[in-house]
Write a protein that binds this ligand. Structure first.
Ligand SMILES: Cc1ncc(COP(=O)(O)O)c(C=O)c1O
Length: 406
């Protein structure tokens, strides 16, 4: 399938930004939303709204069914074994906090080690950091090589008898480096160590199969998958969700509450305390349908071709330094231009309607390792085209002229 005119399905692309057509190159941060998803949110609130899992009136029953239908869609999309392995959360950040908190509480003790990598987003470091203070747990960092890759070897080097969990990103949100997650999981499991994958940048861009990947936990950010904000998913193998304690306490996650004892609800309700993101979950079903209507293989091919094109174009500009040169690259390119601060690049590009991100992208460990404070990042979504990359390039050239660098 040729992915053309996808922008037509996204209302935002009919708007002018700074009087220019929007060139949206910030999808690693959050993707734009197709009309299908926006309409579903609107129609749910307008015609069908009710909270889920509580009342027995018609609206509540229909809303609960729709909510649970999305769980089944996600289960099928991820090829998870059971629908109970899909837990809705506020975002990927909450999904990782859920695991760090409950796994930390139950299994970690002084001297135990959590192995992460130098590529991790703060969301896959800070939740583990809390356990340093709480439980005197150590954090080890697998190191990147000169290309910015995390190899199986670099993980192997940091595993020892104290390693109790390995937590790795699927794709770096800075360099786009794709990690050998399946191989790392095989290695970890051979040593009886569970693996958590931060799938924020993997889920929108890769074909996922939880049973093939075999990781224990996979955290997803729905707003990066053409879905609503405020919604994430934790995939976790059923045995973990059964073994681990609940994360938050409140309504919906209990079976029986007595003055001296509380029992908890069956999976997955045990992990979904309080009123959930009802409309967002219902609408996320349309995001999955949108991705399926295009085909994830076609999306991967399209984004891959576009990424190679972008690299070719940007590499012709000698002043543009691309950060990292990973063997397999996802949909993000971070770069610097000598003499121009990334925030100035982003501000000048914005005048042309080109939306990129500048900063440390919540990866200060990586930036420190690379000896830089900030980078500019262009990241792709299914709606991007070669024309977008050409506009990015010409706006970068304009930026260099403004700074007298051309
Ligand atoms: C690699 C990575 N991990 C975690 C997050 C946090 O995700 P969320 O916004 O869903 O909490 C992001 C978002 O930028 C990310 O790129």
């Amino acid at each position: 399938m040729n992915l053309v005119n996808i922008k037509n399905q996204f209302p935002i692309f009919s708007k002018k930004i700074n009087n220019k057509d929007l060139i949206y190159l910030d999808s690693s941060n959050s993707s734009q939303k197709p009309k299908l998803v926006i309409d579903r949110l609107n129609s749910f609130y307008s015609n069908e709204f009710s909270n889920v899992g509580r009342s027995v009136h018609a609206l509540a029953v229909a809303a609960t069914n729709n909510y649970e239908n999305t769980r089944v869609s996600v289960q099928k999309y991820l090829n998870a074994k059971y629908k109970e392995e899909i837990v809705f959360t506020k975002g990927a950040t909450e999904a990782i906090n859920l695991v760090a908190s409950t796994y930390g509480q139950k299994y970690l003790k002084e001297g135990d080690e959590v192995l992460i990598t130098e590529l991790e987003h703060h969301s896959n470091y800070v939740p583990w950091h809390y356990l340093r203070n709480l439980k005197k747990v150590k954090i080890q960092f697998a190191e990147i090589d000169e290309n910015g890759d995390i190899s199986l070897e670099s993980i192997k080097k940091k595993i020892n008898s104290n390693t109790k969990i390995i937590c790795i990103t699927h794709i770096s949100n800075v360099t786009g480096a794709v990690l050998p997650v399946k191989e790392i999981t095989e290695l970890a499991h051979s040593k009886k160590i569970p693996v958590l994958v931060d799938g924020c940048q993997g889920a929108p861009h890769l074909k996922l199969d939880m049973q093939d990947l075999d990781c224990d936990f996979y955290a997803i950010s729905c707003h990066k998958m053409y879905g609503p904000t405020g919604l994430g998913i934790l995939y976790a193998k059923k045995k973990w969700l059964e073994e681990l304690p609940p994360y938050q306490g409140g309504g919906g996650m209990i079976k029986e509450v007595k003055k001296h004892n509380i029992t908890f609800a069956e999976l997955p309700n045990k992990y979904e305390a309080g009123t959930m993101q009802t409309a967002e979950v219902v609408a996320f079903d349309q995001s999955i349908k949108f991705i399926q209507s295009l085909g994830i293989e076609n999306i991967m091919k399209h984004e891959n071709e576009l990424m190679n094109y972008a690299l070719d174009v940007l590499k012709k500009n000698n002043s543009v330094k691309i950060i990292g040169n990973p063997k397999k690259k996802g949909a993000a390119i971070s770069f610097t231009i000598e003499g121009i601060h990334p925030h100035d690049i982003a501000t000048i590009l914005d005048e042309d309607g080109v939306a990129i991100r500048a900063g440390h992208h919540c990866c200060q460990i990586l930036h420190e390792k690379l000896g830089i404070h900030a980078t500019a990042r262009a990241s792709l979504g299914v709606y991007n085209t070669k024309d977008d990359i050409d506009q990015l390039n010409s706006s970068i050239n304009k930026c260099q002229k403004i700074f007298d660098l051309k």
